[in-house]
Design a protein around this ligand. Sequence first.
Ligand code: NDP
Length: 299
Amino acid sequence: MRAIIAGGTGFIGQQLVRELKEHGWEIVVLSRNPGKVADAFGAGVIGMPWNNGWSSLLGPETTVVNLAGENIAGGRWSAAKKRRILDSRVRAGQQILRTIRQSGKTPYALIQASAVGYYGPCGSSPIDEYANNGTGFLAEVTRAWEASTAELESMGVRRCILRTGMVLGHGGALKKMLLPFKLYMGGSPGTGFQGMSWIHMADQVGAIRFLMENPETSGPYNLTAPGPVSAEKFAHTLGTILERPYKAPVPPFALRLLFGEMADEILLSGQFALPERLIKAGYVFRFPELADALLDILK
Ligand code: NDP
């Protein structure tokens, strides 16, 4: 079994490479800078540029995983940054589609990254994969991102879409949340009523491998723990584990001042997304509860 992972050098990709290697997969990482692949993983993981070489590796024993895209949380959303967030994702998908089409070979599957932002800001009712595409910038980005590889389905390729919540691990969003708590200034963004759909990194990569290896799976999957919480509950749980009490909600104007549009799209709104289809398919979560997930990472 061979995996070609676009964006395999990233926060999720690096852990996915480790998970797959442990389970006997041969790994090729597509990168804008293939030289850094050997530095990150050592010998045994091959780095390749996007524009040549990898189409000869396609075939029924190869699964392509597309995780590539400009980091969403890295800096304020200027018009140029928003363009990069959208274009980098759509271009990566289109390049994968083009390469597979031109190769004339059908891969075992395509695993396409996306995010729970697909559903847009939702109220307090839990949602599953049958909920509609919402409104807002991230809902637009994820719609275009998912659509960029959709044609593969009509070519007979099994395609699984990863509508991922906030991934909790050593790095990523959690790392950014720790500082205010450590300074005894931790609190929820705004009212704290908004949903926070999260997933432990072990389940993120475990679920991706499950979808890669399970030929019965296809379509959208919420990669979120079965216990999504409100932002307020998240902040209280984090404060308890860090032994730093929850201080006070952070007012929306302060978040807007610091983060601009990103504050409304990511921090002040959210979803209670349930992994309905993943559970039905038979995936068993290692960390279904938030406190256990945070304890595992932080202690
Ligand atoms: P990262 O930002 O860590 O890494 C993604 C990879 O994409 C990078 O390693 C890089 O690979 C490549 N990349 C970065 N910028 C660009 C660009 N402008 N053009 C093309 N490629 C680029 O992402 P994560 O690992 O955190 O996430 C993987 C995917 O899952 C992302 O697309 C993300 O939006 C999505 N996701 C992540 C969540 C999270 O909590 N982490 C939550 C929901 C969705 P290289 O430099 O080697 O080319």
